[in-house]
Write a protein that binds this ligand. Structure first.
Ligand code: ZN
Length: 336
C-alpha cells in the first residue's frame, strides 16, 4: 500500500512502515440489547449486553445485513467515541452483564476490542465477539484470549460461495471454530444465515452438520437465521420459515443438540430443550423469555443433565428492549 492508503477493511492504513488502526476509540454508536439478539441463547439468558461496532469490515459479503456500517466510507458514521474504561463503566451503569463487539467484524479493530475486553474483565463484565472468524492464527489467539463468548458466522459450507459472495475463504473460519472448541474456554455459538438458492441445499447443510459434529461435537448451539434482501443481493427473496424449520430438523437428525431458528417468529425453534429428556428449559418468544427451568449449573430439573453454556441463578430480566446509550465522549464529543 502507498503511504496513507487504506485496505479493503477501510479502517487500517499504511502510516510509515506499519499498518495502523485509524479508528481506535471510535464507534458507530452504543446500544443495550438482550444477549439473545447476538444471538447467544446459552450465555446468561435474559441479560443485557452493551453492543457497539466501528466501521468497515474484512469481508465483502454481497448480502451484508449491516452494510451501512460495514461498507461505510464516511468517518462521520463513527459518531460516538469512547475509550475502553469508559465503555466498561457504561456497561456497569446500564446493568449489562457483558459487552458485545458487533455490527461489523471486531477482527478489524483488534487492538480496540482487546483493550476494551480487558477493561471490562476488570469490572466483572464479560466480552462477546460477533465475528465471521476469518483471521490468521496469531491474532486469533490474541483476540480470543480476551473474549468470554463469541457468535461465529458460518456463511456457507462451500469455498466457492466464500470466495465469490464474501470475498474470503472457508478454511480459516473452520480453523477458528476448531480452535475455539479445542484450545479455549470461550463459550461460542454458530449462526448460519440461510440464503435461498445459495447455501440452503440439503447436501450442503448435511455436509456442514457432519463437519460440526465430527470436529466440535454435538453441543455447540447452531442458529439458522432468515435472510432479508439487502445490499447487493436485493433480488433474492427472504428465507421462507419452512426452510429454516427444515434446516433445524436436519441438524437435529445429524445429532446437534441445540438448534435454533432466528429472525422469524417461531417459539418452538427459539426455545431451549434438554438434550437428554426433551424438557422445555428456556422458553423464548422473539427475545422475551417465558418459562425458565434451569439450575444455576445449567441442570435439567427432570433428569439432571447439564445444558451446555454459562448460566446463573435464574434468568436476567432485561426483556426484549433496545436502548440507545449516549457516551460521555472521553475522546471529545463525536461529530453528531
Ligand atoms: Zn432433562
Amino acid at each position: 500500500m502507498r503511504e496513507g492508503q487504506r485496505g479493503l477493511c477501510f479502517v487500517r492504513a499504511r502510516h510509515g512502515n506499519s499498518i495502523v488502526l485509524t479508528t481506535y476509540g471510535r464507534s458507530s454508536g452504543f446500544c443495550v440489547d438482550p444477549i439473545e439478539k447476538k444471538p447467544l441463547n446459552h450465555f446468561f439468558p435474559g441479560t443485557a449486553v452493551l453492543s457497539f461496532g466501528t466501521a468497515g469490515c474484512n469481508l465483502a459479503c454481497k448480502f451484508c445485513q449491516n452494510w451501512d456500517i460495514s461498507k461505510s466510507r464516511e468517518t462521520e458514521t463513527l459518531a460516538a467515541s469512547a475509550d475502553p474504561e469508559t465503555i466498561a463503566v457504561a456497561a456497569c451503569d446500564s446493568g449489562c452483564r457483558s459487552v458485545a463487539f458487533t455490527y461489523n467484524d471486531p477482527i478489524i479493530f483488534h487492538e480496540y476490542a482487546i483493550d476494551t475486553a480487558l477493561a471490562c474483565r476488570e469490572s466483572g463484565i464479560a466480552s462477546v465477539a460477533v465475528t465471521a472468524g476469518y483471521v490468521e492464527p496469531a491474532p486469533r489467539r490474541e483476540f480470543f484470549a480476551a473474549m468470554d463468548a463469541a457468535n461465529i458466522d458460518l456463511k456457507a459450507f462451500n469455498e466457492k460461495f466464500y470466495r465469490k459472495i464474501t470475498g474470503s475463504r472457508l478454511g480459516p473460519v473452520l480453523d477458528t471454530l476448531a480452535y475455539l472448541q479445542a484450545d479455549t474456554n470461550v463459550w461460542f455459538e454458530i449462526t448460519y444465515l440461510v440464503i435461498p438458492g445459495y447455501n440452503d441445499s440439503t447436501r450442503e447443510l448435511e455436509a456442514m452438520c457432519g463437519w460440526l459434529v465430527d470436529n466440535l461435537g454435538p453441543s455447540v448451539p447452531l442458529h439458522f437465521s432468515a435472510f432479508h434482501p439487502d445490499w447487493k443481493m436485493r433480488d433474492i427473496p427472504p428465507t421462507p420459515p419452512a426452510t429454516l424449520t427444515r434446516a433445524r430438523r436436519l441438524a437435529r437428525e445429524h445429532g446437534i443438540c441445540h438448534v435454533y431458528t432466528g429472525n422469524v417468529h417461531d417459539p418452538a425453534g427459539g426455545s431451549t430443550y434438554c438434550q437428554s429428556c426433551g424438557k422445555l428449559l428456556i422458553e423464548r418468544d422473539w427475545y422475551r423469555l417465558g418459562a425458565y427451568n434451569l439450575g444455576a449449573d445449567g441442570s435439567c430439573p427432570d433428569c439432571g443433565s447439564i445444558c451446555p453454556g454459562r448460566f446463573m441463578e435464574g434468568p436476567g430480566n432485561w426483556g426484549r428492549r433496545r436502548m440507545v446509550v449516549d457516551m460521555p465522549g472521553a475522546f471529545g464529543a463525536g461529530p453528531a
